[in-house]
Design a protein around this ligand. Structure first.
Ligand code: NDP
Length: 246
């Protein structure tokens, strides 16, 4: 399905990004994995991608750093030749109630979740525009559409990603490039592992499908949008949240 196509997955070392890297590789894509610090986790995903018969590369790069993203993207193009699929998945949370939220925590969350996606898209634009199957898929969150107490920084960044996506979708449409957002609900990863059981139970009560999501649930949606099945969809927000926000 994705034979001879190359995907860049930011935050591909763990959680949702790892599942996306493996799902795309499972369907034939070669994968460049961008990660922040967990080199061994990234190397393990690369080995799993290779075991599926695809090529894999790993890059340590802080997506919030403009210079690092520029040199990393240049290296990705050297190593991979072209890039057909960009999945902007790297993200962090720094939750706090508004009265206690520091400027630093606001800026960091904006810089990784929103500016990081801008930087990767900007630096890979030329190569994406030269691909006949180019796809950009940004990972937002259902809370961008609902709001969430304690997450003013995160929801602002993830909502910004939706506006960013819609503009890029319009800007690149004439070149056949699609750009969409996936808005996951509550998914079991390291990011959500620290939540106390009471908070988990409360969240689960908001999910009509009565289960938390798995990283694979998001990876399946990415595969759909990245493949030819998704070729006529652009500028959309696809909620994958068990019905959390209907
Ligand atoms: P995890 O915390 O499990 O993994 C985060 C990934 O992002 C890791 O691969 C990490 O790399 C990477 N990363 C973090 N900061 C940076 C950075 N500055 N530069 C490059 N890479 C970075 O997160 P999830 O898998 O849970 O989340 C993935 C995405 O999905 C995020 O954008 C998140 O906001 C979004 N999301 C998650 C939901 C959930 O319930 N889990 C719900 C809705 C949205 P390393 O391993 O090296 O640290």
């Amino acid at each position: 399905m994705l034979k001879n196509r190359t995907a860049v997955v930011t935050g591909g070392s763990r959680g949702i990004g790892r599942a996306i890297a493996l799902e795309l590789a499972c369907h034939g894509a070669n994968v460049a994995i961008v990660y922040a610090g967990q080199a061994e986790a990234a190397a393990q995903v690369a080995r799993e991608v290779e075991a599926l018969g695809s090529k894999a590369w790993t890059y340590q790069c802080d997506v919030s750093d403009w210079t690092q993203t520029q040199s990393t993207c240049e290296q990705i193009i050297v190593d991979c030749g072209t890039v057909d699929i960009l999945v902007n998945n790297a993200g962090i949370v720094k939750d706090n109630l508004m009265l206690r939220m520091s400027e630093e925590d606001f800026d960091q969350v904006m810089d990784v979740n929103l500016k990081g996606s801008f930087a990767m898209t900007r630096h890979l634009t030329r190569t994406l525009l030269s691909s006949p199957h180019a796809r950009i898929i940004n990972i937002s969150s259902v809370v961008a559409l609902m709001g969430n107490p304690g997450q003013a920084n995160y929801t602002a960044a993830k909502a910004g990603l939706i506006g960013f996506t819609k503009s890029i979708a319009r800007e690149y449409a004439s070149r056949g490039v699609t750009c969409n957002v996936i808005a996951p609900g509550f998914i079991t990863t390291d990011m959500t592992a620290k939540l106390p059981q009471a908070a988990m139970d409360k969240l689960l009560g908001l999910v009509p499908l009565k289960r938390v999501g798995e990283p694979k649930d998001i990876a399946h949606a990415v595969l759909f949008l990245a493949s030819d099945m998704g070729r006529y969809i652009t500028g959309q927000v696809l909620q994958v949240d068990g019905g959390m926000r209907i």
